[in-house]
Design a protein around this ligand. Structure first.
Ligand code: ZN
Length: 126
């Protein structure tokens, strides 16, 4: 995947502009002390990663859509392949969603910012 694609920055914790600087301070979504700490500006290209106060409230809708998409896919897998064990869908979905929370939180913020920032085609430009 090209470094200059939005998906690259969303999935690999990179600045959506340059694809080089990190978005969150730690790469580990399960570092419980620091998983939500963001860079205010891209350490590589100095892109503003917090355009305005409250900007990331919109990321709530992103994470909501990720949860829904995940549950639908997970449900379809159960229905198609493990129909006998469908009771386990309800039992397992709650802990799985809790475990995915920090991951989706970060994914949603990166996806939300990536909607508004065009990746640069030139690594040297900012
Ligand atoms: Zn950058």
């Amino acid at each position: 995947m090209s470094r200059h694609s939005k998906l690259y920055s969303v999935f690999f914790n990179k600045c959506p502009r340059c694809g080089i600087g990190d978005f969150f301070v730690t790469k580990n979504a399960y570092n419980l002390k620091n998983f939500d700490k963001m860079h205010k500006r891209c350490p590589h290209c100095n892109e503003n990663l917090v355009p305005e106060p409250g900007f990331y409230q919109g990321a709530l809708y992103m994470s909501y859509s990720f949860y829904v998409a995940f549950m639908v896919i997970y449900f379809l897998i159960f229905v198609n392949f493990f129909e006998k064990y469908i009771d386990y869908f309800l039992i397992s979905i709650i802990p799985i969603l809790i475990i995915l929370t920090p991951y989706f939180y970060r994914l949603a913020r990166r996806a939300w910012l990536a909607l508004f920032i065009k990746p640069s085609s030139n690594e040297l430009s900012s």
